[in-house]
Write a protein that binds this ligand. Structure first.
Ligand code: GAL
Length: 418
């Protein structure tokens, strides 16, 4: 070996040593999530940048697919192979299911130090804690019973927002006359389920929603009120465009933004798309509660569930959880995402009118007993039951089941999944 080779070897050994040192010193988090639409990605960037400022690098593990169905499948594969990500975006009952498996970390010290107990509402804590231990950091509160309207189309139709289901139908007829797709809907089971739960609430009110969806009461699931729910779903189906099957939710939002459709029923993540397109509430679009559901809120909360990743990654994980609960982050993130803060001590001053309404509606519903978890977004039933409902609702919406058949199937499918 000549001297040049030795020097070269020594140099590369030094580089390797340096790189290894750098890798060791650099803290990072690997985050599995399904925030892949424009508005969602913009919101997530707020967190990425905040963490980068603290010297924590971000390893992104996006799994596209609204409501996280595909993300949960990807997660199962990772955990089964013994290599869970640092943090995972998750909803409601999925959190409980993972907690039961004993694979999650513990955030108690951080939560106690920062007083999470006092500022995170009980409805969220129910999912952020397991057997009294903090296992997840709630990012936001979304709500599903919203209707998003094109302001231009609404003005052309007389400007009055619909307050009842019949008024909604009358408005959709006017949108049709304007040559628009009246209702932009994406035919995916979770989106069908999101529409269905708004219709359940609209037809039966909160007591009925609780009875049918939360308590899975057989009579409520197969009786006359539920018949009207399925009949109303059939009516709404008549206002979709021919290309609705399989379409992603954000592409339906885009149809309304681009002036091709009049309205979309969707959770308030859809506001993120409007904002991303530089559109303003009250000027370009109008947010109202789905007609007939005023005063009630169906909620879901995205939480970052922290897996048990071992000491090496623990510090970065805690820094991420702490960054998520920072009140300034809660404002910066949620004003972009369309959701409202997961903390009750964050002022609404920075939020637009839809955000302010979202915060007020949530507080009123929580104190008035008209707040309930969204089924379609994992906050009403375990995933097996949720999927059983999706099956019936989607098949009915696509004409594969009559209303009589849907009413017969629904309680049975739920019972079999319980
Ligand atoms: C929801 C989630 C939102 C949004 C939406 C569409 O389940 O809570 O944050 O991402 O799915 O993907």
């Amino acid at each position: 070996m000549n001297i040049r080779t030795v020097t070269k070897l020594a140099a590369s050994a030094a580089v390797i040593a340096l790189t290894a040192g750098a890798v060791k010193a650099e803290e990072s988090v690997e985050v599995l999530h399904w925030w892949t639409s424009g508005g969602e990605a913009a919101a997530l960037n707020v967190l990425k940048e905040n963490l980068q400022k603290e010297g924590i690098s971000w390893q992104d593990m996006p799994v596209a697919g609204g409501s996280g169905v595909q993300a949960m499948t990807a997660l199962r594969a990772r955990v089964t192979s013994g290599d869970p990500p640092t943090a995972v975006q998750m909803l409601g009952f999925d959190i409980k299911e993972w907690a039961e498996m004993g694979v999650l970390g513990n955030l108690n010290d951080l939560a106690n130090e920062q007083g999470w107990d006092k500022v995170i509402p009980a409805a969220l804590q129910d999912f952020s804690k397991y057997e009294g231990n903090w296992i997840a950091a709630p990012v936001n509160v979304h709500s599903t019973n919203w209707l998003w309207l094109s302001k231009a189309a609404l003005d052309k139709a007389g400007g009055k927002t619909p307050e009842t289901f019949d008024e909604l139908i009358a408005l959709l007829d006017k949108f049709k006359e304007q040559g628009l797709v009246p209702l932009a809907h994406g035919g995916q089971p979770w989106q069908d389920g999101t529409l269905w739960e708004s219709v359940v609430l609209s037809v039966g009110g909160m007591d009925f929603y609780k009875k049918a969806v939360i308590d899975a009461d057989t009579e409520a699931l197969s009786g006359d009120t539920m018949r009207t729910v399925f009949d109303n779903m059939t009516k709404l189906r008549g206002y979709f465009d021919p290309n609705f099957s399989g379409r992603d939710w954000n592409l339906s939002t885009a149809l309304v933004i681009e002036g091709k459709a009049g309205a979309q029923q969707m959770g308030d993540w859809s506001k993120g798309e409007w904002l991303r397109a530089d559109k303003k509430p009250g000027t370009d679009f109008v947010c109202i509660r789905f007609p007939g559901t005023q005063g009630s809120v169906l909620f879901n909360s995205d939480q970052f569930v922290m897996f048990d990743v071992g000491e090496e990654k623990r510090n970065a994980q805690l820094k991420m959880a702490s960054a998520v609960e920072d009140p300034a982050f809660q404002i910066a993130f949620n004003t972009v995402k369309g959701s409202v803060p997961a903390r009750t001590d964050v002022p609404d001053t920075e939020f637009d009118d839809c955000g302010k309404k979202g915060m007020k509606d949530l507080a009123d519903a929580a104190s008035g007993g008209t707040l309930a978890g969204s089924l379609a977004h994992g906050h009403a039933q375990p995933s097996a039951v949720k999927e059983a409902v999706f099956d019936v609702v989607t098949q009915h919406l696509n004409g594969q089941l009559t209303t009589d058949q849907a009413l017969e199937r629904l309680p049975k499918a739920i019972a079999a999944a319980q």
